[in-house]
Design a protein around this ligand. Structure first.
Ligand code: TPP
Ligand code: SF4
Length: 298
């Protein structure tokens, strides 16, 4: 066994097939989420923890179906509320490996307010957003990451809004691990998910996972393997937060893949601080009980 800050990771690998549930995905043929699921199985195989030590928490959306396709514990919960639920799960049982998954709508529209708080609390969670820049499940409405000018059923004349930049958003709030990948580069995405899981704190992976039914063709072209800009080949220094912020500015124009930022000195996680406080207060709690005893005996 090797131990990160609060995640016990066995050194032995497991067969990725162990994590595939008998439920067959019902995504549209060609949906990017199939590739994300495969990368996830492989990453979990490398991590080596058994399914009963893992919990998947999602919101609502096509991408949020992912917990049902794994053999781990899963909760396909409420639209936009995956992060608060996941924080509760992790705090109640810090030994569980907790992975949060969902879409850009789930994470940055209705659930956008929760992202900042999950980051500043810094529980050891891995947050995977399948960013298809549209609402897939509800049939193609504008999402918070849709590019300006996009024509959808809710923006028939073209969107007038600037999109949210998930990379800048998470970096600006101080996430210790921020990465971007795509199923077009399966080995790269697998490695990113594994690295995010191993990071001892809140880790965010933005996954460009095109919606082939309602999404824009431009995103699909940008996410094509030939057009990717792997950060490793550009000599990017992932320990440099300012450089990471600079790379993040190109979101929506070029697809940089890899780790934008990995904090070299991860701070203690929230669940560890809570446990430490509980331990520190325990003797006082015993004292109070003794006082109560004396009082009751009188
Ligand atoms: C409180 C609430 N509001 C709205 C909805 C309807 N709804 C379900 S999924 C969704 C958006 C899905 O888009 P996204 O989160 O980006 O995921 P995708 O389907 O694209 O993977 C919406 C608006 C809901 N289920 N609950
Ligand atoms: S609607 Fe889009 S996101 Fe949903 S399953 Fe189909 S291709 Fe995937």
């Amino acid at each position: 066994m090797t131990t990160t800050a609060n995640t016990t990771v066995p050194a032995t690998k497991r067969d990725p097939k162990e994590f595939a549930s008998p439920l067959k995905p019902i995504w549209c043929p060609g949906c990017g989420d199939y590739g994300v699921l495969q990368a996830l199985y492989r990453a979990l195989g490398s991590i080596g923890r058994p399914a009963h030590e893992i919990a998947f928490i999602s919101g609502i959306g096509c991408s949020s179906r992912i917990p049902g396709y794994t053999t781990a514990y899963g909760f396909n919960s409420v639209h936009g509320r995956a992060l608060p639920i996941a924080q509760g799960v992790k705090l109640a049982n810090p030994d569980l490996l907790v992975i949060v998954a969902g879409g850009d709508g789930d994470g940055f529209s209705i659930g956008g307010g929760h992202v900042a708080h999950a980051i500043r609390r810094n529980l050891d969670l891995t947050y995977l957003v399948m960013d298809n820049q549209v609402y897939g499940l509800t049939k193609g409405q504008l999402s918070p990451t849709s590019p300006k000018g996009l024509e959808t059923v809710t923006s028939p004349l073209g969107s007038l809004e600037e999109p949210i930049n998930p990379l800048l958003y998470t970096l600006a709030y101080g996430a210790g691990f921020v990465a971007q990948g795509t199923p077009a580069d399966m080995p790269g995405l697998t490695a990113l998910i594994e690295e995010a899981i191993r990071y001892p704190g809140f880790a965010f992976v933005n996954i460009q996972s095109p919606c082939v039914t309602f999404g824009q063709e431009e995103q699909q072209i940008r996410a094509h393997k030939a057009h990717l800009r792997p950060l490793a080949k550009l000599g990017h220094d992932a320990s440099d937060q300012l450089r990471a912020l600079d790379v993040a500015r190109s979101y929506g124009k070029v697809l940089h893949t890899g780790v934008l930022y990995r904090r070299p000195d991860p701070p203690p996680t929230y669940e560890r601080l809570v446990r430490e406080r509980q331990a520190a207060l325990a003797p006082k709690a015993v004292d109070r009980l003794r006082l109560l005893d004396v009082f009751l005996q009188k």
